[in-house]
Ligand binder design. Structure first.
Ligand code: URA
Length: 199
């Protein structure tokens, strides 16, 4: 039986938030995960990338976007001079990467509404702590969590939205791009739009 959400996620600092995620039993994904996947990158990176949920590699390694989709993401970020490496000196070149769900759904199935509802406070707190200058929301689940809309990515991309006053750009999920290579040009345009916001 799922335990209740950890209380007052909104007050937690980084170490306490990390611990709360690691110990979370708020939904049944805690029964099938190998480990939680918290997030990676500089705690005050100017860029924040939000994905969907850990896949198999991420569940094994405890870091977001380390599988094939992550390699594509890293290459696209690198083309803009950006990296998840927290040791860099310039926060403008740093990216904090997190998922909407912190646990892998079995077989990489879509997140369930209940799982999203339970897990979203962790993402919201991560965003509040990072205070990014730009958020890149990748794929429909990140977009639904942050913009509260069911509109398709194709209609939301190409413009600058906001989440809690932070500029937010919508783009395709890199796992989708791996199956739909022609749309990579659009995703690249979205990243450039995000970079323009900071220019
Ligand atoms: N897809 C995601 O959305 N997140 C990951 O961490 C890996 C794949």
């Amino acid at each position: 039986t799922p335990a209740p959400l950890p209380d007052a996620v909104t007050d937690l600092d980084w170490p306490a938030l990390r611990e709360a995620v690691a110990a979370c039993q708020a939904c049944s994904l805690c029964e099938t995960r190998r480990q939680t996947v918290f997030g990676v990158g500089a705690e005050r990176a100017h860029w924040m990338v939000v994905g969907e949920a850990p896949g198999e590699q991420e569940d094994r390694r405890g870091e977001p976007f380390v599988g094939p989709a992550g390699q594509l993401l890293d290459r696209m970020l690198a083309a803009l001079g950006l990296s998840r490496d927290a040791d860099g000196t310039d926060p403008a070149q740093q990216v904090y990467i997190a998922n909407t769900l912190k646990c892998r759904p079995p077989g990489n199935r879509n997140p369930a509404p209940e799982e999203l509802a339970r897990c979203e406070p962790f993402l919201m707190r991560q965003i509040a702590l990072v205070q990014p200058r730009i958020i890149l929301a990748m794929g429909r689940f990140a977009v639904q969590a942050l913009l509260r809309t069911d509109a398709p990515i194709g209609r939301l991309r190409g413009q600058v939205h906001t989440y809690q006053g932070v500029p937010l750009v919508v783009t395709y999920h890199p796992a989708y791009l791996l199956r739909n290579l022609p749309d990579k040009a659009k995703a690249w345009a979205d990243l450039c739009l995000a970079a323009d916001v900071l220019a």
